[in-house]
Design a protein around this ligand. Structure first.
Ligand code: ATP
Length: 217
């Protein structure tokens, strides 16, 4: 069983803590706000009221014994930085921070965060991608260049095998999986001979600019 510390119990931190519990992890949740702690306490292994910028608080928890610490404070960069530095000093195994924007992200990476997520930016981009292309159901950015897209198969591909429609050669994208609209008949890594059905949902990986070409089909 993996163990986590979640620092900051706003909407993001609470959601992370509760989802980690749901999938069978152990979670110690901390916030300086008593009300927030009381709100989350029934759903987590331990909940603690405390200021995480106080190194003594982090030391008393034994942060180095947990698999990962999530710093889920979006607004107060100074607090996120102080907490990340203290976590590094105390030997935390893995530190994941939430940042408000790319500037905050860079600062947190510089002071030692192993991973920094920018949820509002990422969700905004995902929504924009789905709105911009009526075929796109969901979009996950993998890097500045690459993305993972869940899309309804374009009509021109229906009735043809992946090989016949030359998806990889013409568009530079790779089909990782296909399934029916309701999520049934999931085919992982479909072979070149897989024939695309009407209303198939395809999960594809490729460059963001290549998805633009598919959009014009
Ligand atoms: P949301 O996830 O709701 O968008 P947010 O990104 O706006 O939240 P903040 O409101 O800045 O994040 O902070 C989230 C939580 O972190 C708050 O409940 C706040 O009390 C808590 N918090 C901030 N600083 C500290 C600290 N030093 N120690 C413990 N908890 C803290």
């Amino acid at each position: 069983m993996k163990s986590y510390v979640v620092i900051g119990l706003g909407r993001f931190g609470s959601a992370v803590a509760q989802e980690l519990m749901r999938i069978g992890s152990e979670v110690l949740a901390i916030d300086s706000d008593e009300e927030r702690v009381n709100g989350v306490a029934p759903f987590v292994t331990h909940a603690l009221i405390g200021d995480a910028t106080d190194e003594a608080v982090l030391r008393s928890i034994g942060v180095q014994d947990f698999d990962c610490v999530i710093v889920a404070i979006g607004e107060n960069l100074e607090h996120s930085v102080l907490i990340t530095l203290a976590l590094k000093d105390l030997g935390a195994k893995k530190i994941v921070c939430k940042a408000r924007d790319d500037t905050y992200k860079r600062v947190l990476e510089k002071v030692g965060a192993d991973r920094v997520v920018v949820p509002e930016r990422d969700m905004g981009r995902r929504l924009a991608q789905t709105l911009n292309n009526s075929n796109v159901l969901d979009y996950i950015e993998l890097s500045n260049t690459f993305g993972l897209v869940e899309m309804t198969a374009p009509r021109v591909w229906v009735g043809q095998s992946l090989l016949e429609s030359h998806i990889r050669e013409r568009f530079g994208i790779t089909v990782l999986a296909a399934h029916d609209q309701d999520g049934s008949n999931f085919v992982i890594s479909p072979p070149a001979g897989y024939v695309v059905k009407e209303n198939d949902v395809l999960i594809v990986v490729g460059r963001s600019e290549d998805f633009e070409k598919v959009q014009k089909l």
